[in-house]
Design a binder for this molecule. Structure first.
Ligand code: BES
Ligand code: MN
Ligand code: ZN
Length: 495
């Protein structure tokens, strides 16, 4: 897709379709008014006839506009003008792309950046237009020999008045970086486990890093992990034919003495459960157990593309979790890199086992903050469903900053308590801790486990088990929480 910002009048535009907004009660967006004037009150007549009522996400494609240079007009319902908000803005945009996606329209001109909305500016609105178009036009066809007809839409112009162009262009830059990052994340996530192995993930991270002189990468192999005494991480990988990798990305956009922000992403390229084997239903979806890792690769790419003046490190422990004669067994006791011992009561609680050593490793970089993202617990789906990601952490200020960023990015989170009382559930008779805490509060006890390896820095944990992919007929990766984390980074730069 080719995205651009234009400040031409409607007569000068060459486009297959112009997108304008219609509120309830016959109110038109400013550009809809202009189109209506030029087209002899066509829009008003259609509203009069009842063809469009202005309900949010309603669409009407006008394919012929008599006596006009305009080829087509897409009317998009915005809803009640008084009740309009960020979520409804995004919903209306999504409806617009869906109305165009399967038509013969090659180029569109979107005028909806002009729609006024409390708490956001041209930059935010332009960014959202690009993020939503790009997300909706994503197709995963790499593993199909019979491919669906290609999408013909290839050009999107966003129109703004000359005086708003600077802001709009800043939004374009951010929107492109975030959209590319989301797309990369989704692509890596949608790849099956037999293609996207730990080695493959490391190669893709290397390809990404090689595009930027500001980015370095180091991939640690099992021998390196062994010398670092990452026994907990290695125990998970031991039952797998595929060797584990620890992918370390390093983006240097800030001054050499500023402390790094570290993202840690769970990169389980397939989670069969190990000896505590999962049941068959939906097991294919465990190829998505590397979504945290994929999102870290995406966020680092976005940061480099936006040239953010920050130092950011991405750490991705990548492994499979398989049953095998050599696999980790229930009852096994592991000595983690930190020296703390862990009794493995369920080999399917493997995410925390690879993350704990990675958190210990993160300490050596003297981080400003550490945020980990992981498809960690099915319990998170029970608690929160598929709407927000779970948020837990040992620092209120950091959690508040993440919540603020999630609101702006419309990539929601909900904080759960990480109270001391829950730590008791991890007691073990034989080791310093067990790797599971029983049925109750599974998302919290998983975070409690991680917190024991994050004592020396400000840390937050995102459980993305419910948000990283969609299940059912629209099965596919979402790219979340890339928009949230990019917003968090942008906010840090602006602070
Ligand atoms: N990757 C899973 C968590 C998961 C399950 C995410 C389903 C999304 C959908 C994780 O490794 C896991 O298996 N967790 C166990 C933990 C349990 C054994 C304490 C779970 O959630 O069942
Ligand atoms: Mn598991
Ligand atoms: Zn897992």
């Amino acid at each position: 897709m080719d995205y651009s910002i234009e400040s031409l009048s409607l007569d000068q535009l060459e486009t297959d379709c112009i997108i304008v907004g219609v509120y309830k009660n016959q109110q038109l967006s400013p550009s809809a008014e202009v189109v209506d004037d030029k087209a002899h009150q066509l829009i008003h007549n259609l509203i009069e006839r009842g063809d469009i009522k202005g309900k949010n996400s309603e669409t009407l494609l006008i394919s012929v506009v008599p006596d006009s240079c305009i080829q087509r007009v897409l009317l998009v319902g915005l809803g009640d003008k008084e009740k309009f908000n960020l979520k409804l803005y995004r919903k209306a945009l999504l409806a617009a792309v869906k109305a165009i996606k399967n038509t013969q329209i090659k180029s569109v001109c979107c005028t909806l950046a002009e729609i006024e909305l409390e708490g956001c500016d041209y930059q935010w609105r332009c960014r959202q237009i690009i993020e939503i178009f790009d997300d909706a036009l994503y197709q995963f066809i790499e593993t199909k020999s019979i491919t669906p007809p290609p999408i013909v839409l290839s050009k999107l112009q966003i129109t703004v008045a000359e005086k708003n162009k600077t802001q709009a262009k800043a939004g374009l830059t951010q929107g492109l970086a975030i959209a590319n990052a989301v797309s990369l994340t989704k692509h890596l996530a949608d790849l099956p486990g037999n293609i996207c192995t730990p080695t493959f993930l490391a190669e893709q991270a290397t390809k990404m890093a090689d595009k930027f002189s500001s980015m370095g990468i180091e991939v640690l192999d099992e021998a390196d992990l062994d010398s670092l005494k990452m026994n907990s991480f290695l125990a998970v990988s031991r039952g797998s034919y595929q060797p584990a990798k620890l992918i370390c990305l390093n983006y240097q956009g800030g001054s050499s003495h500023s402390k790094p922000i570290i993202f840690v992403g769970k990169g389980l390229t397939f989670d069969a459960g190990g000896i505590s084997l999962k049941s068959g239903a939906g097991m294919d979806e465990m190829k998505y157990d590397m979504c945290g890792g994929a999102a870290v690769i995406g966020v680092l790419q976005a940061a480099a593309q936006m040239k953010l003046p920050l130092n950011i490190i991405g750490l991705i422990p990548a492994s499979e979790n398989m049953p095998d004669a050599n696999a980790n067994k229930p009852g096994d006791i592991l000595t983690s890199m930190s020296g703390k011992t862990i009794e493995v009561l369920n080999t399917d609680a493997e995410g925390r086992l690879i993350l704990c050593d990675t958190l210990t490793y993160a300490e050596k970089f003297n981080p400003e903050i550490v945020i980990d993202l992981a498809t960690l617990t099915g319990a998170c789906l029970v608690a929160l469903g598929r709407i927000p990601s779970g948020l837990l952490g040992n620092d209120d200020e950091l959690c508040d900053e993440i919540i603020a960023a999630s609101k702006t990015a419309c990539d929601s989170v909900w904080r759960l308590p990480l109270w001391e009382e829950y730590q008791d559930q991890l007691k073990s008779n034989f080791a310093d801790m067990a790797n599971i805490g029983g049925r109750d509060a599974g998302t919290i006890t998983a975070a409690c486990f991680l917190s024991r390896f994050a004592e020396d820095f400000r840390w937050a944990h995102l459980d993305i088990a419910g948000t990283a992919w969609r299940t059912g007929v629209n099965k596919g990766a979402t790219g979340r929480p890339v928009p949230l984390l990019c917003q968090y980074l942008i906010n840090r730069v602006n602070a």
